[in-house]
Design a binder for this molecule. Sequence first.
Ligand SMILES: [Fe+2]
Ligand SMILES: [Fe+2]
Length: 162
Amino acid sequence: MNALELIKQQHEEVAGLFKKYEKLAEHADAERQELFEQIADRLGAHAKIEEDYFYPALKKEDTEDDLREAVEEHLSVKRLIADLLEMDASDEEFDAKMKVLQEQVEHHVEEEEGDLFKAARKLLSKDQLDDLGIQLEEEYDTLMEGEPRNDVPAETEHAAPI
Ligand SMILES: [Fe+2]
Ligand SMILES: [Fe+2]
């Protein structure tokens, strides 16, 4: 899988988990907690590989504004995840915060797969996209061996550097 296919697949996986979450019955607190943790792990690891490898590969004068916006959106998502990590699925505000998280992720994904993917196709060769895909997948799998959601609260002070 090249870098863009891999990133898209991860976006779709998270979208699927959000859909599952939406379908849960009102009092399925244990299942809601479990799905939140799955989503938070995936988003934490996904944001990290983008910030460490994907975004730097796209850094050019005319992509800087889009990249800055992207890392600000990541920051906002991480702050929601950090809030949710301190909450309980039975809390009244839990579902509302999950909904906001879902909406922010959907918005971010739309822009990423639009403007940033366009820039990536322009700036990177087919081989570069393939190599980057391998690197992203390795990093992601390594992060997912742990519980990457637990690294998120430490990343809520500032947006990742561009
Ligand atoms: Fe992103
Ligand atoms: Fe992404």
